[in-house]
Each structure stands twice: as C-alpha cells, then as structure tokens.
Design a protein around this ligand. Sequence first.
Ligand SMILES: [Zn+2]
Length: 284
Amino acid sequence: MASAPRALLFGTAGVPFSAEDPSTLAGIERVKALGLDGQEIEFVQGVAMGLDTARKVRERAEALGVRLSVHAPYHINLNSEDPGKRLASQERLLKTARIGEACGATSAVFHAAFYGQDPPEKAYEAVRSGLRTVLSILRRERLGITLRVETMGKRAQFGSLDEVLSLCRDLEGLQPCLDFSHLHAREGKINSYSEFEQVLRKVARKLGPRALRNAHIHIAGIHYGDRGEIKHLNLGETDFRYDEWLQALRDLGVEGMVVCESPNLEADAVMLKRLYRAQGARSV
Ligand SMILES: [Zn+2]
C-alpha cells in the first residue's frame, strides 16, 4: 500500500481546542502548529460536510502533510432488529467513506452494532452480512479509503477484540481500529506491557504482520465499571499504563496513527508523542 506510514503518528480526535475556530480546516492548521501528525474528523453526530469543503480539507491537509481519518456517526447499528435501521446504518457508513475519501482520509472508523437481545454469534452474522454489502459497494466505486471496525468498551456493544479480528479475516478490505482504552474498560484487564504485547501479537497472528505496519489506534484515559466503559478521562487521571503501552507499540514496531480521544485532546496527544520519542532516544 503506497500510503502506508513508516512511523507511528499522533493526532487528535477532532479539532484541537486551541485551534483558531472549531472548523476542520483550522484544526488541520493547529495540529501542524502543535507538532502533531494527524486529525480524525468526527462525523459522530452525522455527516454534514459537503464535497466543496471536503476538497478544501484535502488540499490543506496535503499542503501541510497532516494525515486524516474520519469517524462515522455513532448512530449505526448493523444488528438492529429493524431492517430500515440496518439499511440506514449501511447508508451512513457509505456516506462517511465517500466524504472521507473526498477529504483524502485514509481510514473510516465505525462502531458496528449492539447485541440487543441477540447472542453474540447472531449479532456477528448480521454485522458481517451488512458489511459485506457496504464493502462491495465501496469496491465498485473504487474508493481508496479503508473501513475500520472499532474494538468497543461497553459489554453491550458488539466489538470484542476477537470479534473484530474475525470480521477482518472474513471480509476482504476490512481492517481494525484498535481502541486500547475500550479493550481495557471492557474487561478491566489489558493494562500491562505483557498484555499489550499479547494483543499486538494476536493482531499480527490473525491478520498478518502488515496489520501492525499500518495500524489505526484510539487511546484515552477511561473510567469503567462492571459493564465496561463509563466515560473518557485525561490519561493522567486514570489507571491506564500508557508508558508501558507506548513501549509495547515501539518494541513491536507498530506503525500507523494513534488518535487521542482524551477530553483534553491535544494535551494528551502531545504528551504521548513526546513520551514515545523520549523512549526512542533512550533505547538508541
Ligand atoms: Zn469510536
């Protein structure tokens, strides 16, 4: 893949707070000024961006060397019992991918579904079938953007690590978005160097080593309980061992983009990038 990154890049989930205004264009400028590498454009409340703006976004990002991804609307449930809602979910994914491609984004991240009353196996079938349709349409349209199904933090949400990796094996063109905060919150585990390493080795085993050369990762501090994720926090306010996590990413040679979803956005993103670099300097 020509656009595969050769380093681990760091970006924000949405427009940095310190941007001149809350537009995506101002966000791209600010990301660059902060010394960060990328921005995920948040279509989480719906895709309101038009093609004209998308073209401007693409030009600005290319001129500044800022890497973009997009996040699909939260309002997607490929396992809804209502066929109309399943179809609308497919439409939202397609719209995200089309506008994302026009922005020059390389990845489109989405939350696939809720289990509802269904056993996980039944939900899996529904998600796989819906995604198969979406992926075949994207292929027909020759869109170069990669769909990424996210690992989810609430136990009621479809998207354990195993579900996500199985789907990516089953469906050509689908890749994972590895949200490590969600992985941690879902079970209250995965919070040590050896567990981070195990997750990454599993990804490479199931999807091939290339999956770690072009990874897309979400991170934030996280508050969780018996049912998993409760809310995002800044990393320093939580038990998440981000220093060990970064070290594992480095030691396994993970390349791609880390998107920071902490409430303080750019502050944690800059902190992580500095820490990652400092670890690199120490290990030389
Ligand atoms: Zn997400």
